[in-house]
Design a protein around this ligand. Structure first.
Ligand code: CU
Length: 180
C-alpha cells in the first residue's frame, strides 16, 4: 500500500488495535492524568509558583499612580534618556509600567526588605521576566498584577519582556537594582 492509493480497509476504527499502540495510548493517558493532578498540587506545595493578585485598572489610572510614585521617590536619573531611578521606602509599594518598548522606571530596592509590586501595561501584552531569578508574570493592559518580593541578594537584575510585542520586543529590557 502506498500513501497515494486509497486504503484497502477504509473503516479504520473497526480494525484491531496493535498492542504497542494501545500501550502508548495508555501511557500517554496515565501521564496526562498525573500531570493534570500535579498542576494544582504544585501550586499549593511547590515553591516555584508565584501567587499574584489581579485587580482591574485602566492605562490612564495606572500611569497616574506610577507617575506619582516616581515623582515622590526618584533619587537620581540614569542614561542618555534620563531614566528615573526610584528608591521606594522599605516595605512600600513599587509601580512598574510596561509599554512599547520599555519598563519604566528603574527601581532600586534594599536587600532583605519586602516590597509590594504593581505591574500593568499601557498598551499591549508584555511579560515580566526577572533575570537571573526565576520570576515570570504576564502583564496585560487594564489589569494590575500585584505580588510581594523580598530580594535576597544585592546586584543588578534585568527585566526581560518575554511576550512578543512587536519590532522593538528584544530591546524591552528594564533594570532592577538591589543594594545592601
Ligand atoms: Cu514587551
Amino acid at each position: 500500500m502506498s500513501s497515494l492509493s486509497p486504503p484497502a480497509k477504509k473503516i479504520w476504527w473497526n480494525e484491531p488495535i496493535h498492542k504497542s499502540e494501545l500501550l502508548w495510548i495508555s501511557l500517554v493517558f496515565v501521564w496526562g492524568m498525573v500531570m493534570t493532578f500535579m498542576m494544582p498540587y504544585w501550586h499549593v506545595v511547590g515553591k516555584q509558583n508565584l501567587g499574584t493578585e489581579t485587580y482591574k485598572t485602566t492605562p490612564k489610572a495606572f500611569q497616574a499612580t506610577t507617575q506619582e510614585f516616581v515623582d515622590k521617590y526618584t533619587v537620581r536619573t540614569e542614561g542618555p534618556r534620563n531614566y528615573p531611578v526610584v528608591a521606594p521606602p522599605a516595605g512600600g509599594d513599587v509601580y512598574l509600567i510596561a509599554r512599547l518598548w520599555e519598563w519604566w522606571p528603574i527601581v532600586e530596592l534594599k536587600k532583605g526588605e519586602t516590597y509590594r509590586f504593581h505591574l500593568s501595561s499601557l498598551d499591549w501584552q508584555h511579560g515580566f521576566s526577572l533575570q537571573p531569578a526565576n520570576i515570570n508574570i504576564q502583564v496585560v493592559p487594564n489589569y494590575e498584577h500585584v505580588f510581594t518580593l523580598t530580594p535576597n541578594a544585592s546586584g543588578e537584575y534585568s527585566i526581560i519582556c518575554n511576550e512578543y510585542c512587536g519590532i522593538g520586543h528584544h530591546l524591552m529590557i528594564g533594570k532592577l537594582l538591589v543594594v545592601d
